[in-house]
Write a protein that binds this ligand. Structure first.
Ligand code: ZN
Length: 586
């Protein structure tokens, strides 16, 4: 019986080795493996196909996804259409009970009962005999060990067993996953041992293994070697934001501040969005140093968040608060708070920046939308030039509208009533408020049918301007055109989130303007019953963005428990105020 539980490190498992320098880099290198009771094994690393790094990345992605799904428990603290988590909630409420049940119970098929202590070879043999899943048993086991964060010793007993039955050969894939497990346990000496093995075998590792090694080495004394691995990655690709995160955090951990900032610059220079953890590391480090240059760099990070419409998570928000409060002599005080519907901070009472676009921003956005979304290169996919011309002429012959309605979308909002009846109900209620309406529809809506009653459509046409496009056209470009063309006061009604259009826009700046405009102009119907009075979710009057007045900061942030989609904004804020000095008494 081979008993393996006594091992402390891989160095004992794969001891030193006269064979290290033998063989060219492509042939398997064999390592000497000492096992207790003086048994000897040959352990080696097998060359691998490029698919392995893919598997690894998938694995990493998978563990992240699982983590996200765990975070399902969330609360929505605000009720506007773009509130964080609102879309998820809407889709959940609309799904069937079966779907909800599926959602609650992830499948457990194909999992293996993992051992909690190191196993003997016989025990591994037995476990393998019971395994009836697809693919390689050891791959499945090591993957599941990663997912379950199993102990190093258990993983090591698996590797020793594999080596024993394969003439000392352990596949690259298995070894890299083992490395990953060591890194996740922060077993630095173990990481360094595997690093030596890999370095001896390969002149150059693929980026997946390099990334894991960087993470493992950054907190060791040999952290500068991790920077060389980063250089290796740069030879073939742009390093990931996680690579930079590891290196920056390692540099800060070893007090090399200028290296940390230059890596940060490089990261931004590649147009990568830094991880929030990276930014947090800078703020955390900042509370121990009193240096204006460093402080200004942190304020630059806040400006970066603003310009890119990014939001800190809870952890970063806390770090930002702590850093502000730690600045000597400035007397900053932070509060976690919310913003009232009126746009005033609940903590300090200040008004936040308005959601409304300036006239320059408005003109700029209008120009871009008209050119890129509606009249862009692929206009034939959405409409024909003839129809576009007909629509332009129509819009220009009408006075500006107050509300533009996506007729088909609104008609389908009330599943229990006839489409034309639902549309008429919405139009009549808005018309009573003396609003100038435009209803956009399709030609088929005018053909009398059980869903579209002729009399009701005539009523709609009496109360609103109407434009009926060809049945093949997409209506939302028309919706955007008519709304933007009517001016900044004009709003539109659709439940469509128009992500496609946002994606069509040429750059991040224009996309942000579009999203800001959308938040301020899109009306979403809340009451889904046709008889009740029409109510809309309130539109935001303030802009959810990092902002400052010099002696105050307001920073929206994401709560850990709320999963926010890209078209939603956070509802929680960090309010920072400088306590003004009380006037001296005379
Ligand atoms: Zn405030």
């Amino acid at each position: 019986m081979t008993h393996l539980s006594g091992f402390r490190s891989v160095r004992k498992l794969w001891t030193n080795i006269p064979y290290f320098e033998l063989g060219p880099a492509t042939s398997p290198v064999t390592f000497f493996l000492t096992v207790t009771r003086n048994q000897h094994r040959w352990f080696s690393v097998k060359t691998t196909s490029p698919a392995n790094s893919k598997t690894m990345n998938l694995l990493v992605a998978k563990t992240r996804t699982l983590k996200k799904e765990d975070d399902n428990n969330r609360q929505v603290s605000s009720d506007h259409y773009f509130a964080a988590g609102a879309a998820k909630k809407r889709s959940y409420l609309n799904s069937s009970p079966e779907q909800q049940r599926d959602h609650a119970m992830p499948s457990v098929r194909g999992t293996i009962e993992l051992p909690t202590t190191p196993l003997t070879s016989e025990a591994w043999d037995q476990l393998q005999a019971e395994f009836n899943g697809k693919g390689s048993f050891e791959d499945r086991v090591i993957s599941q060990m990663l997912h379950n964060h199993s102990s190093i010793d258990v993983a090591k007993s698996l590797l020793a067993w594999v080596a024993a039955k394969n003439n000392g050969i352990v596949g690259y894939n298995l070894l890299v996953k083992y490395l990953y497990l060591c890194v996740s346990h922060k077993e630095t000496s173990e990481v360094i041992d595997v690093y030596e093995i890999l370095k001896a075998k390969y002149k150059c590792l693929e980026s997946g293994a390099n990334s894991i090694l960087i993470r493992g080495l950054m907190h060791s004394d040999r952290w500068r070697e991790a920077l060389l691995l980063l250089e290796d990655i740069k030879k073939v690709m742009i390093p990931s934001k996680k690579n930079y995160d590891d290196c920056i955090r390692g540099a800060l951990f070893h007090q090399d501040v200028s290296l940390a900032w230059s890596l940060y610059q490089e990261l931004i220079g590649h147009n990568l969005t830094p991880l929030l953890e990276t930014l947090k590391a800078f703020f955390d480090f900042g509370k121990n140093i009193n240096d204006d240059h460093y402080s200004n760099k942190l304020l630059d990070i806040l400006a970066y968040l603003r310009n890119n419409q990014l939001y800190p998570g809870e952890a970063l928000a806390h770090s930002i608060k702590t850093w502000f409060e730690s600045i000597p002599g400035k007397q900053w005080k932070g509060q976690f708070t919310t913003v009232q519907k009126s746009g005033h901070c609940s903590s300090c009472g200040r008004a936040l920046e308005s959601i409304h676009l300036s006239s320059e921003e408005y003109e700029f956005l209008k120009e871009k939308i008209l050119r890129d979304v509606i009249d862009g290169g692929d206009q034939y996919k959405k409409t024909t030039p003839q129809e576009l011309k007909r629509f332009e002429n129509f819009v220009n012959s009408c006075p500006p509208f107050d509300i533009v309605i996506d007729g088909l979308n609104v008609a389908k909002m009330f599943p229990k009533s006839r489409e034309s009846q639902a549309l008429l109900s919405v139009v009549s209620q808005l018309a009573q408020q003396s609003l100038r309406l435009l209803v956009l529809g399709r030609k088929h809506m005018l053909r009398p049918s059980s869903r579209w009653k002729k009399e009701e459509m005539e009523q709609v046409r009496k109360q609103a301007y109407c434009f009926f496009a060809d049945n093949i056209s997409k209506d939302d470009p028309f919706l955007l055109y008519a709304t933007l063309n009517s001016g900044n006061h004009c709003k539109f009604i659709t439940q469509d989130l128009m992500r496609d259009h946002k994606a069509c826009l040429p750059d991040a700046h224009t996309q942000r303007l579009f999203f800001k405009w959308q938040q301020g102009h899109q009306l979403a119907i809340m009451k889904c019953s046709q008889r009740s009075k029409l109510t809309f979710q309130h539109t935001l009057s303030y802009d959810t963005v990092v902002q400052t007045t010099g002696d105050s900061w307001h920073i929206p942030y994401d709560e850990d428990q709320v999963q926010r989609s890209s078209y939603e904004v956070p509802t929680k804020w960090l309010c920072l105020q400088r306590k003004t000095q009380a006037p001296a008494l005379c």
